[in-house]
Design a protein around this ligand. Sequence first.
Ligand SMILES: [Zn+2]
Length: 254
Amino acid sequence: MATSGLNPACILLFHGLLGEGERGDRYALPERRFARWLRQFRDENRACASLPRWWAEETPAAGPQLVLAFDDGGESDFQRAFPRLLEAGQPAVFFINTARVGAPGYLSWNQIREMRRAGMSIQSHGHDHVALTQLETSELDAQLQHSRRCLEDRLGDVVEFLSVPYGFWNRRVHISALRAGYRALCTSQTGLAQPGHTLLPRNAVRRGTSDLGLQALLRGSRGYFAWRRLRAGALAAPKQLLLRCAPRASQVTG
Ligand SMILES: [Zn+2]
């Protein structure tokens, strides 16, 4: 495992983009703000890195990198994020629930293939969108193995990264993911990620994330990360409880 630590990345995690007048949950970001941030990255000469290439240290180690990630495979990934990324010439990684592909509101295999052909990375968010920590080990292994195999069979690419639904993981989920052949588990715990590590923190961007908040993330501000960790800790217990009551509830995002 490479552990140089010389080339950390701030992985920004998005959950879909909203058009003008559209409503969404607190994770949905207006497309207009996303496009403005991409223009800002361009003006700052900040190139986004491809997750697999950064992880394998194939990108130049020129200080902190920026990686853009999208969870859930919603159709706005294709309709809104993909054209903006193409326009900006920036790559992103899309984590897909294989059971949801082709369902109303989600990406189709044709859309996923088109995004992959254009240089986007496609990785796994599990087969179903379930809290992996609540599954028996045999079901957990099946979820992770099936999703990976399904993506590899359909796309012909190696799938190396798993992002955990709702951000819930533990040692058992981590071990199961590595056993299923993933190289790293992507969490929603705030912080900078290190190449070669098997646990990669990601920083969720929400509707409430301001330009100043984004700047603090990009600077790797320890104070801002500490504040986000405190807030996430306070919210974790109610979220776990809600999921325990309704494990497949679609209203709990993450
Ligand atoms: Zn999710």
